[in-house]
Design a protein. Structure first.
Length: 133
C-alpha cells in the first residue's frame, strides 16, 4: 500500500541530496542558483520534468556511497527518520531508485505552482524557502 508523504518531508529529503556533500542544511542562495543552472541542462531558464528526472537520478547515485543501488539512512546524514520512512514506500528500510524518483516527482508537482510542467527559478526558490523553514 502506498503511503502519502507530506510535501515538506520530501523537500527535506531533496534539500539533503542537493547540497554539496549530501549534508542536511539550508542551502545558500548561491548554491541554490548553481543547482538550478546545473539542472536546467538546456539553459532555457526552466526545469522540465526530463531535466528534473535526470538530476534526481544523478543525485541518487551520488548519495549511494557504497554503490549498491539503494540508499540507507546512513547515506543521507541529517535526513529525519520520518522523511526517509515516508519515501520508503515498501517499508524495507532502503530507498531504491524508483522510490526515490517517485518521491521527488511529488516534489516537482508541488513546486510547479502554475501547473505548466516547468519549474521557473522563482518556483524553485519558493520551494527551497519552504524547506529552510
Amino acid at each position: 500500500m502506498a503511503r502519502s508523504v507530506p510535501f515538506s518531508c520530501l523537500l527535506l529529503l531533496a534539500a539533503a541530496l542537493l547540497l554539496p556533500g549530501g549534508g542536511y542544511a539550508p542551502a545558500r542562495a548561491a548554491e541554490q542558483g548553481e543547482d538550478f543552472a546545473i539542472t536546467d541542462r538546456n539553459s532555457d531558464g526552466f526545469i522540465d520534468r526530463g531535466e528534473f528526472y535526470e538530476r534526481m537520478v544523478e543525485q541518487f547515485f551520488f548519495a549511494d556511497a557504497n554503490r549498491d543501488g539503494r540508499l540507507v539512512p546512513a547515506e543521507l546524514p541529517g535526513v529525519p527518520a520520518e522523511v526517509f520512512k515516508g519515501a520508503d514506500r515498501n517499508a524495507d528500510g532502503v530507498l531504491g531508485l524508483t522510490e526515490f524518483t517517485e518521491a521527488r516527482e511529488a516534489d516537482f508537482d508541488q513546486a510547479d505552482t502554475n501547473k505548466d510542467g516547468l519549474l521557473s527559478r522563482a518556483e524553485a526558490e519558493a520551494a527551497a524557502a519552504k524547506t529552510a523553514k
